[in-house]
Design a protein around this ligand. Structure first.
Ligand SMILES: Nc1nc2c(c(=O)[nH]1)N[C@H]1C(S)=C(S)[C@@H](COP(=O)(O)O)O[C@H]1N2
Ligand SMILES: [Mo]
Length: 321
């Protein structure tokens, strides 16, 4: 990631103005630069809970796969985001992702499978029972959140397409549409954003094909209408707004690995013992709970999901970072 030292005037997550509020204020705050607006204290405390307008998404809480962490406030989870298709600042996705159209949507599932599928959103929503799971998500930049995601195991979809014997990896591709995503004009990453998993990682019961959060469909800035959540890996492995899932025989190229191969490997398991070349990964800041001067939390191996360790037995996780 393009890590910057926080500037003196950089807004905290809780101070960033959500898009909805930003628009209503525009009429009387014309002329003020957005950044000075946030720093000036105009940014409010609205959206402390879920939005009242977003479509509800009923789901059964899965206690077995839910962490006991205190959930991150909805207002933080939806205003402190990485979604470079809408800009590189944490507040950009909330401000600019309103132009993303999550409906109609098609997800193509193909490659090394016997039964390729093209799914619309309603079909996808009915593919398997929806579950709510509170997962920790840790960004490689050193911050984390705990979010009640809604979705179903990716394994359910994988079963339906019947991978061939050649399917060793799974590649995820994000939408890359200049008309909907202003950040795609920038050359900060190679578009479309792609990520990948080994097929056994993709089939692990923790890997969630995600359609909602906090009881509702995904907000655009969190990857509407469908994304992946892989809770034991650094956040960038959890690709947003995906349009294609492709099964491959060779390890897929991934956007962050192409951008900085020494910093972001294919595996990118959360690992406090393997430092990023430019900073330690031993600890993290939980968004909304800790300030810049509060003691950080210790980062846990596999982000506190030890059940995935068997996927990597015999592998040197310093070499395969
Ligand atoms: N398409 C796409 N997916 C993406 C990203 C991105 O820039 N583009 N950023 C990743 C990173 S670095 C993180 S930490 C998580 C953040 O997810 P959240 O904003 O829902 O918390 O999304 C990941 N998925
Ligand atoms: Mo991240």
């Amino acid at each position: 990631m393009l890590i910057k030292i926080p500037r003196y005037n950089e807004p905290l997550a809780s101070e960033i103005t959500p898009r909805e509020i930003a628009i209503s204020r525009r009429s009387f705050l014309q002329g003020m630069a957005a950044s000075s607006l946030a720093a000036s204290g105009w940014a409010g405390s609205a959206m402390a809970t879920e939005s009242s307008t977003r479509q509800r998404l009923p789901a059964q809480r899965n206690a077995k796969y839910s962490a006991t962490d205190k959930p991150t406030a909805y207002s933080d989870a939806t205003t402190y985001n990485n979604f470079y298709e809408f800009g590189t600042d944490k507040g950009d996705p909330a401000l600019y992702a309103g132009s993303l159209k999550p409906r109609p949507w098609t997800l193509r599932v193909d490659g090394e499978v016997k039964k390729p599928l093209t799914l619309d959103l309603d079909t996808l929503l009915k593919l398997a029972p929806l579950e709510e799971r509170l997962y920790r998500l840790r960004c490689v930049e050193g911050w984390s959140m705990a979010i009640p995601w809604i979705g179903f195991p990716l394994a359910e979809l994988i079963r339906k397409v019947e991978p061939t014997g050649n399917a060793k990896y799974v590649e995820f591709t994000t939408l890359a549409d200049r008309a909907q995503m202003p950040g795609v004009r920038s050359r900060v990453l190679e578009w479309p954003y792609t990520e990948g998993l080994r097929i056994d990682e993709a089939n692990h019961p923790l890997t969630l094909l995600t359609l909602g959060m906090y009881g509702q469909v995904l907000p655009n800035q969190n990857g509407a209408p469908v994304r992946i959540i892989v809770p034991w890996k650094y956040g960038f492995k959890s690709a947003k707004s995906i349009v294609r899932i492709r099964f491959t025989e060779v390890q897929p190229r991934t956007s962050w690995n192409l951008a900085a191969p020494d910093e972001y490997g294919f595996y990118s398991n959360v690992n406090p013992d393997v430092d990023h070349p430019r900073w330690s990964q031993a600890s993290e800041r939980r968004i909304g709970e800790d300030g810049f001067f509060t003691k950080k939390r210790k980062t846990l191996m596999f982000n506190g999901y030890p059940e995935v360790a068997s996927l990597y037995s015999g592998m040197d996780l310093r070499k395969f970072y």
